[in-house]
Ligand binder design. Structure first.
Ligand code: OGA
Ligand code: MN
Length: 359
């Protein structure tokens, strides 16, 4: 009980937790009771490593700040490493704006489609076309004629609950009974993850190879192989087998964790950032090690391989305010009327696609 583990994990006293709290979104309590719009508590960002600035300064005069190196590799974009963190690679602006838009659209339209699972499966079963249903202001309605719901459904991820179906919003069967219906736009806003390729079972924290799944889409597979190259041994090719897509809204965070369910940690996790800017914390092998904070912008790619995979990491903050979100170029790209629903989503969201070789 008094072992080192008891002060790790969820204790607020670890260095990781302390830094998470430093950057997390809090609202000033003084403004809570007033009628004024709640103001986010100001946060000191002066210690956050900014690879965009590092890259620009390197382009201008070849300067690099202490502790940061540029990888010598036959790769068409600058790749930066941290001298104290072998296996960690940062590729600023790795994705073009067109690529970013493509993967944002896919993340919302196709990646949550069955047989891929999402955080909604446990409660609602498989939901088809969530994004379009939200766009068309549809609601998900409980089908009273369906067989009674099995209580095990929320824990047994193998079972499928077919008793929810998408219907038009003002359908008479909805009848204003809010317990029996939920709007697709609320479900889209509450979408937190979807899984591609081999399906990850969060309750068991392992891959469940018996669950039905599609292969990682070919274009994403090719992109991940290309981007993983700086972290791969000569002559070896990354084999994308699974991906987790994380969806963040304002105030959402991803707590400090390790990704330890893959067999070979020498292989990288390829992690793409899309949408609003975020802060990423890269800790050490213990939660007691003070983490480094760095900005993640739309289009950035991070690789974590080898020793870097043993380091706690997380995302304590995303920025949805105009000054810090840095998504002006995406907003322009989504300014077509056809894309207005993407625009609304992206203004207050971040998406992270992280691609893994499982075996
Ligand atoms: C993860 C993860 C980082 C990010 O999903 O395991 O570490 O940038 N994501 O969202
Ligand atoms: Mn992770």
């Amino acid at each position: 009980m008094y072992g080192s583990d008891s002060i790790n994990d969820d204790s607020e006293r670890t260095a990781f937790r302390k830094t998470e709290k430093k950057y997390k979104l809090y609202y000033d309590s003084s403004s809570k009771s007033s009628k004024k719009k709640k103001q986010p508590r100001p946060v000191d960002l002066s210690e956050v490593i900014d690879f965009k600035a590092i890259s620009e300064s390197f382009d201008r005069n070849g300067d690099l700040r202490a502790g940061v190196s540029k990888l010598e590799c036959p790769f068409d974009r600058p790749v930066f490493c941290l001298d104290d963190c072998p296996g960690f690679y940062f590729i600023p602006a790795a994705l073009s704006i067109e690529e970013q838009c493509r993967w944002i659209k896919e993340s919302l339209m196709s990646f949550p489609q069955p047989p891929n699972r999402t955080n909604h499966n446990a409660i609602y079963g498989a939901i088809h076309n969530l994004f379009n249903a939200a766009k068309n202001r549809q609601v998900l309605v409980k089908d009273e004629t369906a067989p009674a719901e099995d209580d095990s459904v929320s824990v047994d991820i193998n079972s499928q609950n077919h008793s929810w179906a998408c219907l038009e919003e003002l359908d008479s069967s909805v009848n204003g009974d809010s317990c029996k219906s939920v709007s697709a736009s609320v479900l889209l806003r509450k979408l937190r993850w979807s899984t591609l390729g081999l399906q990850f079972d969060w309750s068991k924290r392992s891959y469940n190879v018996s669950l039905p799944h599609n292969k990682i889409p070919d274009a994403l597979c090719q992109l991940a192989k290309k981007m993983a190259a700086p972290a791969m041994a000569v002559g070896e090719e990354f084999q994308p087998e699974a991906a987790i897509v994380n969806y963040f809204g304002s105030g959402d965070m991803l707590g400090g964790h390790l990704d330890d369910m893959e067999a070979d940690w020498s292989k990288p996790i390829v992690s793409m950032s899309l949408g609003c800017k975020a802060i990423f914390l890269l800790g050490g092998k213990s939660r007691n090690d003070e983490p480094l904070a760095m900005f993640l912008r739309s289009g950035d790619i991070v690789l974590m391989s080898g020793e870097a995979r043993e380091r706690f990491h997380g995302v304590p903050r995303i920025f949805t305010d105009t000054e810090h979100a840095e998504i002006g170029f995406l907003e322009k790209q989504f300014s077509d009327e056809d894309d207005s629903f993407y625009l609304e989503y992206v203004k207050t969201s971040r998406i992270n696609i992280n691609i893994r070789q499982v075996f």
